[in-house]
Design a binder for this molecule. Structure first.
Ligand code: DX5
Ligand code: ZN
Length: 219
């Protein structure tokens, strides 16, 4: 499986977001990770539907929307209409997981299901047949710039062992030190915020995340 890097714009300079989005392709990144926080499911408030629409008008990149909100089912169609290509919600939210996955699929978008660090991997298994991706959170959701929680690696390893073809994303604290650990455990999608956007050379940083440190330098 090729490693995909999803750039979390929570880590970008929002005052220059258009420029940051334009640079992603030159860094060989094809996916934008859009973190939605409602201040209730997590102790922080981030971006919402109008901002996703604005990003959709600006870029053709794949929009990977991560809902950290209490009642995702209520907002599935709004995020789909705003331009999400994939909608990921939390198993720990108050929405019924099966109904939410089905609602996302009905919009024609990909469906992802996320678990927090304290949630056992077994809890997500009943929903895999309806999900295009499982997001194993490697920090507590809510803030960028946190440190990778090593105990989460085993959950990725277990999922990959039992589901060789499953799309497994990790999110939180991913950098050149932790990406190889997550990749070796079986993650094929890596979300990166602060590491990418604070890198002196983001092209090389993205290559290191993919495990491709021999890439020639971007022009
Ligand atoms: C955390 C968010 C992450 C965050 C990752 O709740 O879901 O997507 O932006 O940021 P870094 O890479 O800085 O840990
Ligand atoms: Zn996220």
């Amino acid at each position: 499986m090729n490693t995909i890097v999803s750039a979390s714009i929570l880590g970008a300079d929002i005052c220059h977001l258009g420029e940051a989005l334009d640079k992603l392709r030159t860094w060989q990144i094809d996916m934008v990770h859009f973190d939605v926080m409602d201040g209730v499911f997590v102790p922080n408030i981030s971006f919402g539907i109008p901002m996703l629409s604005a990003i959709r008008r600006h870029t053709k990149l794949f929009l990977d929307v991560h809902l950290m909100i209490t009642d995702p089912l209520r907002y599935v169609s709004a995020f789909a209409k705003a331009g999400a290509d994939r909608i990921t919600f939390h198993l720990e939210s108050s929405s019924d997981p099966r109904a939410t996955l089905e609602a996302i699929r009905q919009t024609g978008r990909q469906a992802g299901i996320a678990i927090k660090p304290g949630t056992p991997v077994e809890d997500v298994i009943p929903y895999l047949s309806l999900a295009d991706m499982v997001l194993v959170m490697t920090v507590e959701p809510g803030f960028g710039g946190q440190s990778y929680l090593p105990d989460t690696t085993e959950k990725v390893r277990q999922l990959r062992r039992d589901y060789p073809k499953l799309c497994i994303q990790v999110d939180g604290g991913i950098n050149d030190q932790t990406a190889p650990i997550a990749r070796q455990a079986g993650a094929n999608e890596l979300v990166t915020g602060s590491y990418l956007f604070q890198a002196a050379d983001p092209f090389r940083a993205a290559a290191l995340l993919r495990g491709d440190d021999s890439s020639p330098q971007a022009g």
